[in-house]
Design a protein around this ligand. Structure first.
Ligand code: PEP
Ligand code: MG
Length: 561
């Protein structure tokens, strides 16, 4: 694609407008399987050492300009590139005739296995080691180093896809917007972008062809991406952003419909940083703490004491407000190396979520013990819930362990159709339920949430998904227990109205989305939301549902979408 003015669409996953220059994220390269064998090792050894030194000094050079959080990561990676043990192992392979990229690849594999077997701190260095490998191999192949390049001016980051760790360490002041070619609306990259409040569009297929430096305008609400926008388009987008900002200025306080029906508006968090920024926002607490994000990239399970400290900190940040902590939801798209039961044909249908916690009981029990201790220490409004519950037996096992750990409020997530269908039975065992619409959509529609091509099936506006939400909510009414939503659906201002109309009592979302949802709620009565729910359920598909609800909504809502 040239830098000529063009426009294309993706899926908007984090609302807001961004205009700025493109910075492309180069992909990692694997070793060159066809490279010639090394016949004269001395010059090749020098070349590889030089590549490793360039990797190390390149990382060190960035140290003074990166965020505090990113600094230790860069330091550790640079140190690893200069590790004499690693260099010795590469040299030995070169002397034995391996080509340079293969020698790096194999030496790193061997070193990684060795570090993993040492456990603890050493094992945690494996991620850095792989980063060194990818950077060195790209250097040897004459390609740019992979990963987000150092940003010197505020830019729009463009990538095929981003690793959760990459997104999580982004500097918000320099990343104006994110556009990826892959991903779907509920992929974890999308979730993290929304979490950081950075406008983002995923599944914008053509974006990889936009050259570095080209001006890009991104509408993260609508999913529009404009290459080299005209002055008029830039002005239009800026005006839309201003109208949106104006509509949001009065959106403050508790979540409530026009006629006074309360709906708690809560923040989804995944890290301590998230907790600290979300707690400063006008939210009524956290409705989902995705604890697995604390442990991504770690090689060993955190100790009870380590975990307790983090939970105490999070609870203290939210003070009197509720914090719903979800126990580890590892597996499938969020693999943890210390919680791995081996290869599976279909990880999303495998031993993930609570299933993993029950298969490796100490994992779940340690976490519950840490949560119990954090609760005793703070006296905070801590509620705990389990991911991926499908049966009464699972809910009973979880509730028993959680209550034994001294936790006062125990819930389950409804993410599997079976749980939605049997919500009344499940809710008679636990104290509350929270619907994970991301997984509920995936499992209802049999569509992998990582597969951007299936975005239409994964749409939480699918009437089948809404019907399961309704069924879950009825289970809540029958048992007198509250049912909330903590999947991405709750952050869509229009869909939030439907959920409220279906009887949902709380909505938890990326904190950046709360203001728009609160403003939408205040424009509509509970009766209007109920009418919208009826219209959405009547529709034959997601588009029809959305349009029917839009037709019933206040005209001032449009600018929030
Ligand atoms: C969900 O599935 O909707 C959910 C909230 O959990 P996660 O996105 O972390 O799987
Ligand atoms: Mg889920």
């Amino acid at each position: 694609m040239s830098t000529e003015h063009t426009m294309f669409s993706g899926i908007g996953v984090s609302a807001g407008v961004a205009i700025g220059p493109v910075v492309q994220v180069p992909p990692a390269a694997s070793f060159d399987a066809d490279e010639p064998a090394t016949t004269d090792p001395a010059p090749v050894v020098d070349k590889v050492h030089e590549a490793l030194e360039q990797v190390a000094s390149g990382l060190e050079e960035r140290l003074t300009r990166v965020t505090e959080k990113a600094r230790p990561v860069l330091e550790a990676t640079a140190m690893m590139a200069r590790d004499p043990g690693l260099q010795g192992s590469i040299d030995a392979r070169l002397s034995a005739g391996a080509g340079p990229t293969r020698a790096v690849h194999e030496a790193v594999e061997e070193y990684a296995t060795m570090l993993s077997s040492l456990g603890g701190y050493m094992a945690e260095r494996v991620t850095d080691l792989y980063d060194v490998r990818d950077r060195a191999i790209c250097r040897l192949l004459g390609k740019p180093e992979p990963g987000i390049p150092e940003l010197r001016t505020p830019s729009i980051v463009v990538a095929h896809d981003l690793a959760p760790a990459e997104t999580a360490t982004m500097d918000k002041t320099l990343v104006l917007g994110i556009v990826t070619a892959a991903g779907g609306p509920t992929s974890h990259t999308a979730i993290l972008a929304a979490q950081l409040g950075i406008p983002a569009v995923v599944k914008a297929r053509d974006v990889m062809r936009v050259p570095d430096g080209t001006t890009l305008a991104v509408d993260g609400g609508k999913g529009d991406v404009i290459v080299s926008p005209t002055q008029a388009e830039q002005a239009d987008l800026t005006e839309r952003a201003q109208l949106r900002a104006a509509a949001l200025t009065d959106s403050q306080g508790a979540g409530v419909t026009q006629d006074g029906h309360s709906v708690a508006l809560l923040a989804n968090i995944g890290t301590l940083d998230d907790a600290s920024s979300a707690a400063k926002e006008d939210v009524e607490g956290s409705g989902l703490f995705r604890t697995e994000f604390l442990f991504l990239g770690r090689q060993s399970a955190p100790t009870v004491e380590e975990q307790k400290e983090i939970y105490v900190e999070v609870l203290q940040l939210f003070g009197e407000r509720r914090v719903v902590i979800r126990t580890l939801d590892a597996g499938a798209d969020k693999p943890l190396s210390f919680a791995n039961l081996g290869e599976e044909e279909n990880p999303a249908l495998g031993r993930r979520g609570l299933r993993l916690g029950l298969a490796i009981p100490e994992l779940l029990e340690d976490q519950l013990a840490a949560l119990g201790a954090a609760h005793r220490e703070t006296g905070a409004d801590l509620r705990v819930m389990a991911p991926m519950v499908a049966t009464c037996e699972e809910a009973e096992l979880f509730a028993e362990k959680a209550r034994a750990a001294g936790l006062p409020s125990v819930g389950i997530m409804i993410e599997v159709p079976a749980a939605a269908l049997r919500s009344e039975d499940l809710l008679s065992i636990v104290d509350f339920a929270s619907i994970g619409t991301n997984d509920l959509s995936q499992y209802t529609m049999a569509a992998d949430r990582m597969e951007g091509e299936l975005a239409n099936l994964l749409d939480p506006w699918q009437p089948a998904v809404l019907q399961l939400v309704q069924h879950s909510s009825r289970g809540g009414s029958a048992t007198g227990k509250k049912v909330g939503v903590c999947g991405e659906a709750g952050g869509d201002p229009l869909l939030a109205l439907v959920l409220v109309g279906l009887g949902i009592s709380s909505l938890s979302m990326a904190p950046g989305k709360v203001t728009a949802v609160r403003a939408a709620l205040r424009m509509h009565s509970l009766a209007a939301c109920e009418q919208m729910a009826i219209a959405a359920l009547k529709a034959r598909g997601p588009e029809e549902a959305r349009q029917a609800v839009l037709d019933l909504s206040d005209p001032n809502l449009e600018v929030l979408l």
